[in-house]
Design a protein. Sequence first.
Length: 112
Amino acid sequence: MPDRLNNVMTWVKVCHLTDILPLGARTIPARKGEIAVFRCGDDSVFAVLNRCPHKQGPLSEGIVHGHRVACPLHSWVIDLETGEAVAPDIGCTPKIPTKVEDGVVFLGVDDA
């Protein structure tokens, strides 16, 4: 899946879907900071940097509901589909592309 600069997306296997509890998360170390990979109740998977835009709280320790997570520090709610804080809060945490194939979770890495 090329991005707008014609760079190639590399997909990296990170775990099996069953390695993440429903409504839970798992963390993956990365160069730009720890990544939180979430499994929602409908088995959809999302990944964002593991820090709330408010006070850098560990989102992986938050409560997942729908396609959102509530930060454990100050209850800011982050939309996992976009990485955006839900109003009235303002902010964003970078999201990472994900896909699940045959029960295996992959993260997208831009080769740029």
